[in-house]
Design a protein around this ligand. Structure first.
Ligand code: DQA
Length: 148
């Protein structure tokens, strides 16, 4: 069976390309999804790529990934800094988790410096823009190769 990788995106990331492009870049989420899909296809992985503005929906997808995925890349957006519930959902997963942020959150406001999700993440990609998603997937693919 083809191995599945999940890429999950939190609130306001549906506005990528239009939202504060000086911070988040000009690429849309659809552009990022296309890059991720090409990478997964090249390596023989199935990609499940989702975005939601709702915390509960993100948790439902994490719980789905817990059953079916061999890796999760997640940009929880603002929930990074607030959501114990997303941390708990990720902590219930055994597969590797990579946290992604387009912007360098450490160069920004102090409230963005703390991440609940980092307490569970196996790796973090910060400030690499849209390319950060590909870096996260490459890491998940490598970790899966190590376990074969
Ligand atoms: C973000 C950083 C968060 O602080 C912010 O709330 C976002 C996007 C990023 O990708 O840089 O919405 O996760």
């Amino acid at each position: 069976m083809t191995k599945k990788l999940y890429v999950l995106n939190g609130p306001n990331l549906n506005l990528l390309g239009k939202r504060e492009p000086d911070i988040y870049g000009h690429e849309t989420l659809a552009d990022i999804e296309a890059r991720c899909r090409a990478l997964c296809q090249d390596h023989g992985f199935e990609l499940c790529f989702f975005q939601s503005n709702s915390e509960g929906q993100l948790i439902d997808w994490i719980q789905e990934a817990r059953e079916t995925a061999c890796g999760i890349a997640i940009n929880p957006a603002a929930y990074t800094h607030t959501s114990v519930a997303i941390l708990d959902a990720l902590s219930a997963c055994e597969c590797p988790v990579i946290e992604v942020h387009l912007s360098n959150v450490h160069k920004r406001e102090a409230f963005r410096h703390h991440s609940y999700v980092s307490l569970r993440a196996d790796g973090i990609v910060i400030g690499c823009g849209a390319q950060g998603y590909e870096l996260a997937l490459q890491r998940l693919i490598a970790l899966n190769a190590d376990t074969e």
